[in-house]
Write a protein of this length. Structure first.
Length: 560
């Protein structure tokens, strides 16, 4: 995939450089181009236009001009801006609000070019596969164009067809963005706070996945497996024979947008009930499967006449690992319960080396953040406002948040907007609570804890099994004189005390491990007496080990 993307001609790259330079100068960013190597090839003519959108260019803010630059440069830069708008931890609110205004629209591709792509990509001629093909597109976006068709046999489908030359254009633009980032890093250190290299890396990874329709096809299949027995959701069928890396063929969905209240009324579907079902299905994706649709705007969520919710466009998805699900759940639960310490701990899980002084500042800001909602009725809290407040905290304290969690936060803001459209009394914060509590109760149930404990025992057992081999290797190095030890003498007495203390702690740890292993073996062997199908002796052993661990932690804390 990457090889295909990087196969770009020098002439195309040069043309894109000229376009980028001219647009940057046009909107007053000459400062970026005044440094080598760009100053040698930047056009010298002043091409500033007098106005845009009825205003002089000089009257726009810097953030507005960034948005206008991306808009004028087209596909790659619009996509880059849209992806960057998902990083409130890196970019200020004002810039994100501007980037979110960008719409993914593009002129229609000529039907002759569309048919040429289908001829190259499909395994057989169109006439042998399609009984009818609508030459007027349903939608035309920057990456692909969508056409309706009918298969031989009568099945209604949609064909998502990649725009010709889009891979090479994006590859050229990625190369230009990387060069611009290098200049910014060396000449404009004040912009490093926005982590431009991280943004470009994230864009390249995201756009590479979006350009691979095979990846999107895999996402469709995964959603089909997740919801195969759920009668509330509809996942369109995938037609693999007509799907390639540049063409995707899916079942046509007959329905209406989830926000089309007039049509929903004709279907006899209740808005408030639909809002609750929608958020339930979304939380199921996140907290049950850890795999979610990351672009749930109204155009991508349809409702069928029988009330089922259909998801469209699987190009942008997100994954959440179990550990991050728990962190995210605790964060949401802390907001739900107005818990200052809980929210602080949840936020700090995502921080990288925040000083104690900064932690205190963060705590005061969290108190202020929650105080805004303490006297507001739960039904009057604006979920979008809550998410924006969180985003501001992430940015102000430079907290490094996993990009998928930020995608999730943005998706929840979109879901909040859809919910309010369906039900003016809708409150996403109130609806989050029960799902989060259920997730945490699952995490701490005895069976789950037992599985986690066995996993830890296996890890400890593996470590103990490897220990003799590691010791043997060290001894061989000592015998052959190949063991290198770095030693810095700062007083032997303290070192001896530390060594003695370490040996004591190690012995104590081995005792705890031995008790845990013995208890686990007793439970596995089901040695009587048995209580609730578990060996009482084994449980007693785990209890003893827990007491020993608590005692050890108490001693360690006391010595600090």
């Amino acid at each position: 995939m990457k090889a295909r993307m990087l196969n770009i001609s020098s002439s195309l790259t040069l043309l894109r450089y000229e376009k980028v330079f001219a647009t940057l100068i046009k909107y007053g960013f000459e400062d970026i181009l005044s440094h080598p190597p760009f100053n040698k090839i930047t056009p010298q003519t002043n091409i500033l236009v007098p106005s845009r959108e009825g205003r002089k260019v000089s009257q726009f803010t810097r953030y507005e001009r960034i948005r206008l630059v991306c808009e004028e440069l087209g596909t790659s830069y619009i996509k880059f801006a849209q992806i960057a708008s998902n990083r409130p931890d890196l970019l200020p609110d004002e810039l994100i609000l501007e980037l979110e205004k960008l719409q993914d629209k593009a002129p229609e591709v000529a039907i002759s070019d569309i048919k040429k792509i289908l001829k190259e990509e499909l395994p057989r001629p169109m006439s042998e596969l399609l009984e009818w093909f609508d030459e007027k597109p349903l939608a035309s976006a920057s990456i692909a164009q969508v056409h309706r068709a009918r298969l031989i046999g009568g099945k209604e489908v949609v064909l998502k067809i990649q725009r010709p030359g889009i891979r090479n254009q994006i590859a050229a633009d990625v190369a230009i963005l990387k060069n611009i980032v290098s200049i910014i890093e060396s000449r404009f250190p004040q912009y490093l706070v926005y982590q431009p290299r991280e943004l470009v890396k994230m864009f390249e990874q995201s756009i590479t996945e979006e350009l691979s329709f095979r990846m999107e096809a895999t996402n469709v299949v995964q959603f089909q497996e997740m919801f195969h027995d759920n009668e509330e959701i509809f996942i369109p069928a995938l037609y693999r024979e007509l799907s390639t890396d540049s063409v995707l063929c899916l079942e046509y969905v007959e329905g209406c947008k989830i926000t089309d209240l007039e049509k929903l009324n004709q279907f006899g579907i209740s808005g408030p009930e639909l809002a609750l079902r929608g958020i339930r299905l979304y939380f199921e994706q996140v907290f049950e499967f850890g795999f979610f649709h990351a672009d749930p705007h109204p155009g991508n969520i349809f409702v069928l006449e029988d009330g089922r919710i259909a998801l469209l466009d699987y190009g942008m998805v997100g994954s959440v690992i179990e550990k991050d699900k728990i962190h995210f759940a605790k964060l949401l639960l802390a907001i739900y319960n107005q818990d200052v310490q809980g929210l602080k701990k949840a936020i700090l899980k995502f921080s990288t080396g925040l000083s104690k002084e900064k932690e205190r500042e963060l705590e005061y800001d969290i108190i202020y953040f929650l105080r805004q909602y303490s006297s507001v009725a739960l039904e009057d809290i604006d979920g979008k406002e809550v998410m924006q407040g969180l985003n501001a905290l992430f940015f102000d304290y430079k907290l490094k948040i996993p990009s998928n969690l930020l995608l999730l936060l943005k998706a929840l803001v979109i879901m909040e907007g859809i919910g309010l459209k369906l039900d003016p009394q809708y409150d996403i914060i109130k609806n989050i609570g029960p799902y989060v509590q259920r997730l945490l109760s699952k995490k701490y149930n005895p069976i789950r804890l037992q599985k986690d404990l066995f996993h830890r025992i296996e890890e400890t057992n593996a470590l103990l099994n490897e220990l003799p081999e590691d010791i043997r290797e060290i001894l061989q190095k000592i015998k052959s004189g190949k063991l290198h030890i770095e030693f810095e003498h700062k007083g032997l007495q303290p070192s001896a005390e530390i060594l003695s203390s370490s040996i004591h702690k190690l012995s104590y740890t081995f005792l705890i491990v031995a008790v845990i292993l013995a208890s686990a073996m007793i439970i596995a062997a089901k040695i009587p007496p048995i209580i609730y199908n578990v060996s009482a002796l084994g449980l007693f052993g785990f209890g003893i080990s827990a007491i020993l661990v608590i005692k050890m932690l108490f001693v360690l804390r006391k010595k600090k």
